[in-house]
Design a protein around this ligand. Structure first.
Ligand code: SF4
Length: 403
């Protein structure tokens, strides 16, 4: 039996509007937006970045999930995993009875033809899609158009005989899904690189230094099966996970270009190197907005709000941390007291599972005016930003009495 597939919503946009407002809207944040992104309370002044929070892809994915629940009230509805990287949103969907195939007691085998499965904004791998197709279930595909655009480019690279070099995080669902598109094409290969340090090693190899064995060892988890660096690094096409740091992606593309020119010469560069900018516009807008905010103001500290496994949030935190004390918090409850808060260190290499969040003291100045900058990742709803602002306001008022 063929799957029923929904890609453009389920015709219930207006029916779920109220629920979405109730679960994700913040009147405080709307008020701050209308007040030139500024908010003052006593000695505290808060400045919001002009672009933050839910992006178009996340907005749509969450909307479709609510529409799905409404359209199929009596069916079992699954998500393949987190719909987006935000704990608040995922827990709301769990509360609505949506089950997660990524949970330890769930798997694709338990999906029947009568069930509905929602695919997340960052997409799923070709292999996972094939398994779901075999179950003949109803599919609601919320894969973001910007992710589909990356897939289109990666498939073209593979068809033209170029290895897809993906600047991304190996374990990120989107990067896994993108890599799977490369190998779905006959002879397609991929290599995933995290940062400049890794790219240095790859570029050294392209220039003719280094040996295949150490290369294979270093990148064993980041390449396609049967990847042969001697063969597969002769022609490369660059792509990104859509939520990476733009400045780093551009630098990485340049490094590959330079290495290829050094190896094969300027005239033959097009035969060995291709690039296509695949950072999505929402990610770019949020990174630009926070840079502008940091250019315009001196802050006592920045608060960056978003899931710890949210790549775009972590990159916003990295941008801020280069300029000012920065705390990446997952939600308002991380603001523990006037003295303490929990947060994730801002290095891009911080392993959420192993390093985890840390508790810091003395985050809030106890005397004088406090100037705070705030931004939030593309998967953070306004309601969470509003609650964080309320908490900072309460603590800054309380800290006066203690000083
Ligand atoms: S961050 Fe970009 S690619 Fe990801 S869902 Fe949002 S708009 Fe789409």
């Amino acid at each position: 039996m063929a799957n029923t597939l929904f890609r453009k919503g389920l015709g219930l946009k207006h029916a779920v509007e109220g629920e979405l407002l109730r679960d994700y809207h913040s009147s405080l944040v709307s008020k701050i937006r209308d007040s030139d992104y500024q908010h003052s309370a006593g000695r505290l002044t808060i400045h919001l970045a002009q672009e933050f929070g839910f992006c178009y892809g996340v907005d749509r994915a969450v909307d479709y999930a609510y529409q799905t629940r409404r359209r199929f009230p009596d069916k079992t509805v699954f998500l393949t995993g987190e719909i987006i990287h935000n704990p608040h949103v995922n827990s709301r969907l769990r509360d609505a009875g949506i089950r997660f195939l990524s949970d330890p007691n769930e798997n694709i085998d338990s999906v029947t033809a009568d069930d509905v499965v929602i695919l997340p904004a960052f997409g799923i791998t070709v292999a996972e899609l094939s398994l779901l197709t075999d179950r003949s279930c109803t599919l609601v595909d919320t894969t973001c158009g910007s992710v589909l655009n990356v897939w289109k480019n990666v498939k073209k690279y593979a068809r033209d005989g170029y290895t897809a070099v993906i600047h991304g995080k190996v374990k990120h669902e989107e990067t896994q899904a993108t890599a799977s598109q490369a190998i779905a094409v006959d002879g397609g290969q991929y290599l995933i690189v995290l940062d400049r340090e890794e790219v240095e090693i790859v570029c050294d190899f392209i220039r003719g230094h280094g040996d295949s064995n150490s290369f294979q060892k270093r990148f064993s988890n980041s390449v396609s099966r049967h990847f042969d660096p001697k063969r597969d690094l002769r022609r490369v096409g660059l792509a990104n996970q859509t939520t990476m740091l733009m400045s780093e992606s551009l630098a990485i593309a340049e490094m590959f270009r330079d290495a290829m020119i050094e190896r094969y010469g300027d005239l033959l560069i097009d035969d060995h190197y291709r690039a296509f900018e695949t950072i999505c516009s929402a990610t770019q807008d949020r990174q630009d907005a926070v840079q502008r905010l940091l250019d315009e103001q001196d802050f006592d500290f920045m608060i960056v709000i978003g899931g710890y496994n949210s790549s775009n949030t972590r990159n916003l935190a990295r941008i801020c941390a280069e300029r000012v004390d920065t705390y990446h918090i997952a939600d308002p409850k991380c603001l523990l007291s006037v003295e303490q808060l929990r947060h994730l260190p801002t290095t891009h290499k911080a392993d959420v599972k192993n390093l985890g969040e840390v508790t810091s003291s003395g985050w809030l100045p106890t005397q004088g005016p406090i100037n705070v900058g705030i931004t939030a990742g593309a998967s953070t709803p306004d309601i969470i930003v509003g609650e964080a602002i309320d908490r900072i306001s309460d603590f800054s008022a309380a800290s006066i009495f203690r000083s």
